[in-house]
Design a protein around this ligand. Structure first.
Ligand SMILES: C[S@@+](CC[C@H](N)C(=O)[O-])C[C@H]1O[C@@H](n2cnc3c(N)ncnc32)[C@H](O)[C@@H]1O
Length: 375
């Protein structure tokens, strides 16, 4: 045994095993059975391999410079690995601290929320269900349309594009984009069957079925093929998804190389609220989150949002706050527009009674854009 160890053949055997392990993990990754990317596998295995090679070099009487180089390479790769893990774990830490401060009231399922509101829309003319983008808008109708225009412009929609639009409400936005930017085709995916039915009828009446294909389903598992579109859009809905992070992965799968993901999305910002010092505020915040069908896993600030997009494989990620162009205008409309309050039902009167809602205080509203790498 001592002879075997001294000869270095045992080290050769272990090195062969490590090479085999690397090959197996990379093959499993290619078949989507292993979550570790080849780069992560190499970062895990390379430092140990270098140390074994250094031992092998010592046993075979190699020069001290060769041995030192192997030690240095092992140290360098280990530090790169450590840095990556540090970044990943600090992202998790942010999320975990958000979880710690939020009360764990389970979120109402989005499907139930929209079943209750299935025939209601915020706007007077169209059937929009977003808070609106208000810099130039005077009415909720103009503001909702401006929000959809903003997303279309940010996505740079052209007549060449095939679009997947998730959480489309009553497809008012898809009808708008087809008329305004004339994309080749839009496939819509929405989880609320009643909305899909109403939206399909509207699209049929307008003779747009060939260009707007509306389906019932979840944004996190659309069932659409890989690389089937150039643009993925989500207007004021990703905060509902279980989870938003799973949707990022799904969007990355659906997009062709160079494709764009654009979201108008509401995110909680006051995650540091201390439940012991501000029990009522924390409770109200948690209640609003749960009633708005926002899973706790989607509670994290803008910086973590951007990190999660990058972790899903997107590049040139931008997550800009547009809360000042959204919330004040919406609040003004709720106070001044009796028609909007009527359409909102009891929620409208509740919002008017407490205009400084936990939503204004505790939520951000972002416009996010990210690109699938060209490969
Ligand atoms: C606030 S509404 C926004 C509707 C529309 N984008 C608009 O601006 O008028 C949110 C939409 O997200 C949809 N939704 C919620 N969870 C979903 C999911 N997991 N997958 C697909 N759609 C979802 C709801 O059915 C609803 O249509």
């Amino acid at each position: 045994m001592a002879e075997l160890l001294a000869s270095g053949r045992s080290i050769d055997f272990v090195l062969a095993m490590i090479a085999l392990e690397a090959i197996v993990l990379i093959v499993l990754w290619r078949k989507r059975l292993c979550p570790l990317r080849p780069s992560s596998t190499l970062l895990i295995l390379a430092p140990g391999t270098c140390l074994l090679l250094a031992s092998r070099a010592v046993l075979s009487g190699a020069s001290w410079t060769a041995v030192s180089w192997l030690f240095l390479v092992a140290l360098f790769i280990h530090l790169v690995d450590l840095r990556q893990r540090w970044r990943r774990e600090s992202g998790r830490l942010d999320t975990a601290s958000a979880d710690r401060s939020g009360m764990t009231i389970p979120a109402l399922p989005a499907r139930l929320l929209y079943k209750a509101a299935s025939t209601h829309a915020f706007t007077e003319r169209g059937l929009y269900l977003n808070l609106g983008y208000w810099p130039k808008a005077r009415t909720i109708d103009e503001a909702c349309e401006a929000m959809v225009e903003l997303v279309g412009q940010t996505a740079g929609l052209t007549s060449e594009d095939e679009v997947v639009d998730v959480g489309f409400g009553f497809a008012e936005q898809d009808i708008y984009w087809i008329r305004r930017f004339s994309p080749r085709r839009i496939i819509g995916v929405n989880i609320t069957p009643e909305q899909v039915r109403v939206a399909r009828e509207r699209v049929r009446e307008l003779g747009l079925e060939a260009r707007i294909d509306l389906r019932e389903g979840s944004a996190t598992a659309t069932g659409l093929p890989d690389a089937c579109c150039d643009v993925v859009t989500a207007v004021e809905c990703a905060f509902h998804f279980d989870t938003r992070e799973l949707f990022f992965a799904e969007a990355a799968r659906l997009l062709r190389p160079g494709g764009r993901l654009v979201l108008a999305d509401s995110i909680p910002i006051r995650v540091e609220s201390d439940p012991w010092r501000h029990p009522l505020r924390t409770f109200l915040h948690a209640l609003v989150r749960a009633a708005l069908a926002v899973p706790l896993a989607n509670v994290y600030p803008r910086e973590v949002y951007a990190q999660k997009l990058a972790a899903a494989g997107f590049e040139s990620v931008r997550v800009d706050s547009i809360r000042d162009q959204v919330f004040p205008g919406w609040r003004r409309a709720v106070v001044e527009d009796a028609g909007l309050r009527r359409r909102l039902g009891p929620v409208g009167w509740l919002l008017r009674a407490m205009p400084e809602t936990p939503m204004d205080e505790g939520f951000d509203y972002v416009l996010a854009v990210a690109y699938r790498p060209r490969g």
